[in-house]
Design a protein around this ligand. Structure first.
Ligand SMILES: [Zn+2]
Length: 46
């Protein structure tokens, strides 16, 4: 029986998209929304 284990993936802080990297490189952009700031939460600056 296969056991579900947490997988090291990435999650886009902008669109919430989650994906698994093909290699060990940190992706530069979110594959879905193409945002280069996918790893940074949106900052509220007033
Ligand atoms: Zn995204």
């Amino acid at each position: 029986m296969a056991k579900k284990v947490p997988v090291m993936g990435y999650r886009c802080e902008r669109c919430g998209h989650e994906w698994l990297p093909r290699n060990s490189d940190v992706p530069k952009v979110c594959p879905k929304c193409k945002s280069p700031y996918w790893d940074r939460p949106r900052q509220n600056k007033n």
